[in-house]
Design a protein around this ligand. Sequence first.
Ligand SMILES: [Zn+2]
Length: 179
Amino acid sequence: MVCPHCSYSEIITLKQRTTLGYERFRCRCCGRRFNERTGTPSDRVQQKRQVACAKSTQAAKQAITLYEDFSYLYRCVLAELNVFDRYGNLRDRQQAEEGIKVCLALIEQLKRNAITEAVNKVRRTLPDLFHYLDVAKKVVDEFKALPLPEECLKAYFIAWQWGKAVRKAKKSDRKNTAQ
Ligand SMILES: [Zn+2]
């Protein structure tokens, strides 16, 4: 047995074996440690596998992070599209526009071409996108003219929005989180 690093022949056998049960040694010359399989073809195959495994683990982690970031921001965009806030107040058109612009800018920072293209499409629709809030304001004003307590109206608006979200949710798991 010679050291695979410096080819020196004086080596010390270490007490502890590798996790796979191979004998471990230390070189008296260069001081480096190695085992029975260091530098052998099977060792190189395993090293390649470990590198490939580490690379795909990292890629998977990055993909998960991207998905989580996007999914969070997408939910923020959906929230900006709501007609009413969670207390049943009609949302302000200008605020909704500002809010969605912030979301889109953050989504753009994910730096994915396909996503950025979609962001730009949404941006082009922005001037008209929130027109429905103006329409909703007229309807809400009509409701407010009715002799009904404001709390009832607000509860009705929240229920209406929730019902709309449930109808829109195509997958059953989204029905549970509809807002
Ligand atoms: Zn050595």
